[in-house]
Design a protein around this ligand. Structure first.
Ligand code: NDP
Length: 344
């Protein structure tokens, strides 16, 4: 009989706006005994991602919504502590959909439960594997690769101080582009320019942000790495150059309106795509799993060589996960945000 206690969140109702304690119930349950083909993973770090909010809604997405009463889905990095699976040996560190919980059972019969064993010794600290060397860094890499910025081009990135944007801007800069970002607040803008080497960063909270954006992109915008949508994207569309490329990575400004509120504002300035013969490519990182190994290898080298910089905000305690997500969606965090689940 297992005596391990699992602290976890179950999705009880779909949020309207911010995620409440009623939407996500915080519980303690006993970890069940392992069956053949299962391994028990102790979550060390949980990734807090804007897309968690999308998964809580019922909208059609690239993955089914989290079912009501199910454990909240989430990406994490952890250690195998018990195993009845040859491919997940005890002691190994793994990355995958651990869920918002202390312990996760990785069942070989479930697609949702595919885990990647990390190299031993670890080439980087554990949180990096859900950040710059995980799905967010890989998203930045892919989005930049699709848009292929070149010398002399202007590359614009929204949510520039965030996990994806901060890496995307650095990668575009290394390809010779002039990189301009937008972020929330003067301090974040300073951080984007000084820590990540952007050429300029606009404070989206300033009254004249549109004028500042125009002034910072005197030659127009050749590439938009789009993370937020809404009013910012609409203004960026009005700055597109002929033949511009848009990498549509995310629409975070809308997520709190999925499943409630008045519904998302949406993108209105679509005519500019037509007028400027622009192309827009949406992508989902999970479609490119076959490339993860190569991309992680490249990003690890860049990190080790000091030509790529990443920053993590570590929030202590799984019980902080819900509010951490709300704070991220409200723009109160910067860099990659992870929740430390395992006690020190
Ligand atoms: P972060 O949590 O690091 O950053 C999110 C930031 O978005 C906030 O800090 C805030 O920054 C900004 N933001 C929030 N609300 C608004 C708003 N209303 N208007 C403008 N900006 C807002 O997120 P990530 O870097 O992890 O993700 C960035 C985007 O990439 C998201 O849309 C996410 O869904 C997407 N994504 C897509 C993937 C894919 O496969 N396509 C994979 C991973 C992420 P600030 O206040 O500084 O502007």
């Amino acid at each position: 009989m297992s005596t391990l206690t699992n602290r976890l969140y179950r999705l009880r109702s779909r949020p309207e706006g911010e995620v409440t304690a009623e939407n996500l119930e915080w519980l303690e349950e006993t970890v069940p005994e392992l069956r053949e083909g299962q391994a028990l993973i102790r979550t060390h770090y949980l990734s807090v991602d804007p897309t968690n909010r999308v998964w809580m809604s019922a909208m059609r997405s690239y993955i089914p919504p989290v079912e009501l009463d199910a454990v909240m889905r989430g990406a994490g990095v952890g250690q195998v502590v018990e195993s009845r699976r040859d491919d997940l040996p005890v002691g190994s560190f793994v990355v995958g959909l651990t869920g918002w919980q202390d312990y996760c059972i990785a069942d070989s019969a479930s697609d949702d439960m595919s885990f990647t064993v990390l190299p031993d010794p670890l080439p980087a600290p554990l949180p990096a594997f859900v950040g710059v060397l995980g799905h967010t860094g890989i998203s930045a890499y892919l989005g930049v690769e699709f848009a292929a910025p070149g010398p002399g081009e202007t590359f614009f990135v929204s949510a520039a101080a965030g996990a994806v944007g901060s890496i995307a801007g650095q990668l575009a800069k290394r390809r010779g582009a002039r990189v301009v970002g937008i972020a929330g607040g003067a301090e974040k803008c300073r951080y984007v320019v000084e820590e990540f080497g952007f050429d300029a960063c606009i404070d989206r909270h300033s009254d004249d942000w549109k004028k500042q954006l125009d002034d910072a992109t005197p030659d127009g915008i050749d590439i938009d790495f789009e993370n937020v949508g809404g009013e910012i994207m609409d203004h960026v569309l009005s700055r597109l150059n002929f033949g511009a490329r848009i990498t549509l990575c995310g629409l975070v400004s809308e997520y709190n309106e999925y499943n409630g509120g008045s519904g998302p504002r949406g993108i209105r300035n679509v005519s500019q795509l037509l007028m400027q013969r622009a192309s827009l490519r949406g992508f989902i990182v999970f479609d490119h799993v076959d490339r993860y190994g190569d991309i992680i290898g490249q990003l690890s080298q860049d990190l080790a060589g000091g030509v790529l910089h990443s920053d993590e905000t570590v929030v202590d305690g799984l019980e902080q996960a819900r509010q951490t997500l709300n704070r991220s969606l409200a723009g109160e965090n910067k860099g990659k945000v992870v929740v430390k689940v395992v006690p020190s």
